[in-house]
Design a protein around this ligand. Structure first.
Ligand code: NAP
Length: 279
């Protein structure tokens, strides 16, 4: 099942996450397994150090390029136009691809550019606009942008932002950013949709899982899908890679979605906050 971005490009409504899969062989095998089970959307980043392995897995999978949606991200050390172009081609070459489906600015306010991050974001985004016009990127987006970062950047750019990849799981719901993205036609992606596995032992999630005869992970993944936020669960375990995709034979009832959402009132963000992150 796909969602459509504001430029008409389709994006599969679930992806495969690859952060911390940094051992080469594990990355190749996990991504090959994911593709063989039916994932058609792979999420990586230059900072994950696994683009070469992912490129190899894609090559070995013999899947037609237009069936696969590949995302990578521009890292925090890049701040100038030409550096962004060079960083993009480095990722493209490592992935052994001719184009990238979605290229994201990984973080909005890197520590080294925090004093002047707006200028940095405009400059790297302009490089992405150039790559988009050249057909090297099919969609442009950002990650970890909250409302004020989105507003600041949107005023200065020509091609509207298509995607924002943010932390989203039962313990964290950034209402302000989510509603801003919805109002502005920016598709949301849920990173850490399992709360980095911290959510899976929650008694309420476990109870809901029993009710639907699903695993806690499947409940979290379905929760994101039911919110129209694209989950990108990560796993290196074959059985989990497979079962995390088995979420299309049920839907959460409204009262269960609300029970899950309520968990965010007593818990919170697991990852770093973009304006204070130490990197
Ligand atoms: N843009 C950003 O700044 C950003 C930040 C964080 C993440 N991301 C992206 O989002 C992806 C997912 O987030 P994440 O890796 O932080 O965390 P996650 O997907 O929420 O959780 C991954 C953890 O859950 C475990 N797991 C997976 N499926 C499971 C299942 N069915 N049952 C029990 N445990 C299960 C995995 O273990 P095993 O691997 O051992 O099976 C791993 O420890 C990342 O890989 C990355 O692509 C992006």
């Amino acid at each position: 099942m796909d969602l459509q971005l504001n430029n008409g490009v389709n994006i599969p409504c679930i992806g495969f996450g690859t952060w911390k899969i940094d051992d080469y062989d594990t990355a190749v095998e996990s991504v090959k397994a994911a593709i063989s089970y039916g994932y058609r959307h792979i999420d990586t980043a230059s900072s994950y150090g696994n683009e070469c392995a992912i490129g190899e897995a894609i090559k070995q999978s013999h899947i037609s390029r237009d069936e696969l949606f590949v995302t990578t991200k521009l890292w925090n050390t890049v701040s100038h136009y030409q550096e962004a172009i060079d960083a993009f081609y480095e990722s493209l070459n490592k992935l052994q691809l001719e184009y990238i489906d979605l290229y994201l600015i990984h973080w909005p306010a890197p520590k080294d550019y925090r004093d002047n991050y707006q200028k940095r974001n405009i400059e790297v985004y302009q490089a992405m606009e150039y790559l988009y016009k050249e057909g090297k990127i099919k969609a442009i987006g950002v990650s970890n942008f909250v409302k004020h970062h989105l507003e600041e950047l949107s005023q200065e750019i020509e091609i509207p932002i298509m995607v924002n990849q943010i932390e989203f799981h039962p313990y964290y719901y950034d209402e302000e950013t989510i509603s801003y993205c919805r109002q502005n036609n920016i598709v949301l992606e849920a990173y850490s949709p399992l709360g980095r596995s911290q959510v899976l032992n929650d008694p309420i999630i476990q109870k809901i899982a029993e009710k639907y005869r699903k695993t806690p992970a499947q409940i979290c993944i379905r929760y994101a899908i039911d919110n129209e936020i694209i989950p990108i669960p990560k796993s290196v375990t074959n059985e989990r890679i497979k079962s995390n995709l088995e979420v299309f034979d049920f839907q959460l009832a409204k009262e269960d979605t609300e029970r899950i959402r309520n968990l965010s009132h007593t818990h919170g963000k697991i990852g770093s906050y973009p304006d204070t992150a130490n990197f």
